[in-house]
Design a binder for this molecule. Sequence first.
Ligand SMILES: Nc1ncnc2c1ncn2[C@@H]1O[C@H](COP(=O)(O)OP(=O)(O)O)[C@@H](O)[C@H]1O
Ligand SMILES: [Mg+2]
Length: 333
Amino acid sequence: MAIIEVKNLVKTYKISEKQNGMLGYIKHLFHPKYREQTAVNNVSFNIEEGELVGYIGENGAGKSTTIKMLTGLLTPTSGSVIVNGLVPNEKRIQNNKQIGAVFGQKTQLWWDLPVIESFRLIKKMYEIPEGEYRKNLKKFTEILQLEELLDKQVKNLSLGQKMRCEIAATFLHNPKIVYLDEPTIGLDILVKDNIRKFIKDINKEKKTTVILTTHDLKDIEEVCDRIILIDKGSIIYDGEKEKFKDIYGNKIIAEFVVKNKTKSVTLETQEEDFEVIEETENSLKIRFNHDKLTVINIVDSISKYCEILDMHVQEQGLEEILKEIYRGEIIRD
Ligand SMILES: Nc1ncnc2c1ncn2[C@@H]1O[C@H](COP(=O)(O)OP(=O)(O)O)[C@@H](O)[C@H]1O
Ligand SMILES: [Mg+2]
């Protein structure tokens, strides 16, 4: 049985249409007007234990609203959520014991306490057995490099330091399911790497189910096997990450270092089956569909206009694919 079952989930927010100014305020007082906005629209999916799922979509797509319903913070307008046999918004306390959650930069640590004190409080709250606590603390301290931070007050930590502690706190009670809503926002590369490695490690060791929403698609590339893509409240893709790339991508980005360019390659090759996405005096960046063309074809075409000194070829990343989808350049069914 799936550990998370979401069926026809809908969340509609009631937004007050208050006009500006005193008059508007008074009018609203006597004749309140509301309009409804559907943030999550008939969403269904199942997640099996141990899956690493990237829940992605543009700003305002409905990711956080979904996560809040999964954690029990919000009550669905209609549809159902069952997490490990529980309805989260009805069994908040029981559900909280089995999950961990990070919401962006909101902290669950106690601001004025040293980090280790927060950890001890969490141990008490969740009744984590001593041995388990020590084992986790040791392991987490190692992977997330917390040694120097444990005795510092949370308010004195940098953003990256705080998030590392936050992640440790989230996993301390061995939750079966962890929701991470934008955990890497504003962090530098090294901290991001650290956190990604941690998530993968714990998932492997404990079969923790993880749902991750993020702006940084590198997070998804490195951590998740499955993607759920939500757009304006509806799911437009749910499946393996690699398959997603096959369906929507299969494009190659080739970058060339060139010299002695005689003409604008962009203009000269307008009719061709590839697209010049960047052109300078000494460089060209070209995108093409690997089903239709090979790198050799591209080299043939552009070498009419310049000398090629070096080249670098890579598969189009998730980020570029998504940008195309959002711009409406890729037709979806
Ligand atoms: N508390 C709220 N009241 C009214 N509208 C909201 C509220 N929270 C979110 N929304 C709206 O619902 C939509 C989805 O928001 P959200 O779930 O936060 O998206 P995401 O996390 O994908 O950026 C947006 O249009 C947003 O403006
Ligand atoms: Mg959000």
